[in-house]
Design a protein around this ligand. Structure first.
Ligand code: GLA
Length: 383
């Protein structure tokens, strides 16, 4: 049993006086490339990571959910009748999941349990998607419906969009639901078609947490989305997925400077993401790394979602000889960056980046080598 499993298992026993009946789990994710493309119906290339949210639980005979949130030292109980949003506390993710499932005519039963996770919160590694997907797994078990990854991912996205008011795309929930061990997964966000690809031989993915957290992300994220929609409307298309780099270049002068740069990021990022998948297929870390570097420049200069801390850690990473490429990852505005690194020099890379980043910013980074894990799962603890 992993440490986290042991933690939720023991906490469940303490609270309920017997072992849990089930454990639901769902991973966080790191996106290798394809940033701010998902809500433009484009391509993303994330992997589910070995950091996750776990729910140890047992069914209840009534329509009540009662949970202990270990990381927040909070106990919350709510009824599945007449759900309303109260604030932005973590329990809203659970209520949102229940409300969205019920709005789709799923008949839900209650459960009780303990929740804990080791995906850092607000770091761009999708702790919220992992909580949503784990919660859907718990409801699935007690209510007896059938798990279907793309369908459940869309419901999780609706929790963000409708319950919490953040107009996010489908990437985080999709990879948390459908990740594959040892593989990054190219996701076509229009069709939800999945193409897994293993990392190039001899490489590892290193997540680099700047230890800065996102600020004002809601308003800035939604604003970026509107700017993309405005650019698409100008070209007479619904989403920027539908314009090629060549067609964009030919008409880019028609847009004002800001809208042009926003759109240029999305259009070129889609092309880079498809090229990254090809590089991965060919096992070519150099091309993959160069595409990651180019993605960072585009996010920094055109889409303007990077920060000084993210730029500092990416620059430090790129200076190490074992680094193929590095970029910020996730929504931006703080949080984590990601690097593709020679496996046999990962330790020296981690030390170098930690030291250099501390020297330039005065901040303490947290770096970890990540392994691609499988998507959301459920285990029964009945013998
Ligand atoms: C957040 C959102 C995703 C995606 C990324 C940026 O993680 O939840 O849908 O838009 O930002 O790529």
């Amino acid at each position: 049993m992993t440490d986290l499993r042991l933690t939720v298992h023991r906490a469940f026993e303490q609270h309920f006086g017997e072992p849990p009946a089930f454990i639901a789990r769902a991973p966080g994710r790191v996106n290798l490339i394809g940033e701010h493309t998902d809500y433009n119906d484009g391509f993303v290339f994330p992997m589910a990571i070995d950091r996750e949210t776990l729910i140890a639980f047992r069914p209840r005979p009534d329509r009540t959910v009662s949970v202990h949130l270990l990381d927040f030292d909070q106990h919350v109980t709510f009824s599945l009748e007449n759900l309303t949003r109260v604030d932005s506390s973590p329990v809203e993710y659970l209520k949102g999941v229940a409300a969205v499932l019920q709005s789709e005519d799923y008949t839900l039963s209650g459960w009780e349990g303990v929740i804990a996770g080791n995906v850092p919160i607000g770091a761009g590694l999708s702790s919220s998607a992992s909580l949503e997907m784990a919660a859907i797994r718990a409801f699935e078990q007690v209510s007896g419906f059938i798990w279907d990854a793309p369908r459940m991912a869309k419901l999780g996205q609706r929790v963000e969009n409708e319950w919490l008011g953040l107009k996010t795309g489908i990437m985080d929930q999709m990879i948390s639901a459908a990740g594959q061990t040892g593989h990054a997964v190219l996701i076509d966000c229009r069709t939800l078609d999945l193409k897994p690809a293993p990392l190039p031989q001899g490489t590892v993915v290193v997540v680099m947490d700047t230890s800065t957290r996102r600020g004002l992300v809601h308003s800035k994220y939604n604003e970026r989305r509107q700017q993309c929609e405005a650019a698409a409307a100008h070209f007479g298309i619904a989403v920027l997925r539908d314009i090629s780099v060549e067609a964009f270049d030919a008409r880019a002068h028609e847009l004002d400077d800001l809208t042009r740069r926003r759109a240029r990021h999305v259009v070129t990022e889609n092309a880079r993401t498809l090229a990254a998948y090809d590089a991965m297929q060919q096992g070519d870390p150099r091309i993959l790394g160069a595409l990651m570097d180019a993605s960072h420049e585009s996010l920094r200069d055109d889409f303007e979602v990077s920060t000084d801390a993210l730029n500092a850690i990416v620059t430090a990473a790129q200076r190490h000889p074992a680094c193929y490429g590095a970029r910020m990852t996730g929504a931006g505005f703080g949080g984590c960056a990601v690097a593709l690194v020679m496996a046999n020099q990962a330790e020296s890379f981690v030390q170098f980046v930690t030291g250099t980043y501390q020297h330039t910013t005065g901040l303490q980074a947290a770096l970890y080598v990540c392994h691609a894990s499988e998507g959301a799962s459920l285990s029964s603890l009945f013998a």
